[in-house]
Design a protein around this ligand. Structure first.
Ligand SMILES: NC(=O)c1ccc[n+]([C@@H]2O[C@H](COP(=O)([O-])OP(=O)(O)OC[C@H]3O[C@@H](n4cnc5c(N)ncnc54)[C@H](OP(=O)(O)O)[C@@H]3O)[C@@H](O)[C@H]2O)c1
Length: 275
């Protein structure tokens, strides 16, 4: 496997670089290759000649994506560029791994979202990711479209870090209790991606998440229980949180095609022990 990782300095990209280390992956980020620049992408593929490209880039600011400029950027990075990349990879017979999100679903389903469920995003970030999903599937055959959710990891801003930071300042934490999902450690996800490739599973859509759904509020409690950090956590509803972007109430992804990952609690414990 000759692996090229795009977005290699991001939260997920950094752990992909760690997990794929034995394959000596080439990692590039925005400073070297802007994914929206087709000729830069083409040049990189010609230089590296990868057999696998893992696209861990993304415009990930969900609230910022609600603004006009934000949505334009998100559409370019999460949407249109994915189509271009898919076409370039397809022409060269390269396998493409791409990541999408629970936020492509509207959250109104009773029960977990399967790989086959219809997407219907309710915010701009979700829309931009859905454009990417559609273009990927139109332009290539050799793809793994990996939907995941609520990522936490060492190399990027995330909910776990935010909670600990705010608690450290002695702030009262107001956390939503009416959105549920599956928090997922970037290391566990990266290892699963390696297994997908090694096991040469059929191409297509996969949901890969740590197990056991929780609300953000319950997740906050788990973080403080495990770290022993004292914090006052107050449950609030989504309306009260007044975020620019609406979030799906039910963000729970079911993994029907891939062996279930361990519980997010175990993953969280493991993650905290590495800090
Ligand atoms: N975080 C989550 O909870 C979550 C949940 C579900 C799915 N995902 C998906 O998982 C993937 C990785 O997410 P993440 O949380 O690791 O994101 P991240 O930490 O924000 O990393 C994204 C990386 O992409 C880079 N990037 C941004 N624009 C680029 C461009 N035009 N060209 C090249 N690189 C660019 C970023 O560089 P800069 O930092 O310099 O901009 C950053 O290094 C994304 O596709 C995301 O949509 C994330």
């Amino acid at each position: 496997m000759k692996v090229l990782i795009l977005g290699s300095k991001g939260m997920l990209g950094s752990d992909l670089m760690n997990v794929f280390a034995e394959y000596e992956p080439v990692g590039v980020d925005k400073d070297e290759v802007d994914i929206t620049d087709e000729s830069a992408l083409r040049g990189m593929l010609e230089r590296v000649e990868p057999t696998v490209v893992i696209n861990a880039t993304g415009y990930t600011n969900v609230d910022q994506a609600e603004t006009k400029e934000g949505f334009e950027m998100a559409t370019k990075i999460n949407g249109l560029a994915v189509g271009v990349l898919a076409e370039l990879c397809e022409k060269r017979g390269i396998t493409l791994v791409h990541f999408s999100t629970d936020y492509v679903f509207d959250g109104r389903k009773k029960g977990d979202y399967k790989e086959t469920d219809d997407a219907a995003p309710i915010n701009r970030y979700g829309e931009s990711k859905f454009i990417g999903e559609q273009l990927l599937q139109q332009k290539s055959m050799k793809f793994y479209l990996v939907r995941t959710s609520w990522l936490f990891g060492k190399h990027g801003g995330n909910f776990v870090g935010k909670m600990l930071e705010l608690a450290g300042k002695g702030e009262i934490l107001r956390v939503v209790n009416d959105q549920i999902g599956k928090p997922t450690w970037t290391m566990d996800l990266a290892e699963s991606v390696l297994n997908l490739l090694i096991e040469a599973r059929p191409f297509g859509i996969y949901h890969i998440v740590n197990e056991d759904a929780v609300s953000w509020y319950d997740f906050a409690h788990e973080i403080f229980e495990m770290t022993g950090v004292a914090a006052e956590v107050v449950p609030i509803g989504s309306e009260e949180a007044r975020r620019a972007a609406r979030r799906p109430r039910n963000s729970v992804l079911a993994s029907a095609k891939f062996p279930l990952l361990r519980s997010h609690k175990e993953a969280l414990q493991n993650y905290l022990s590495t800090l």
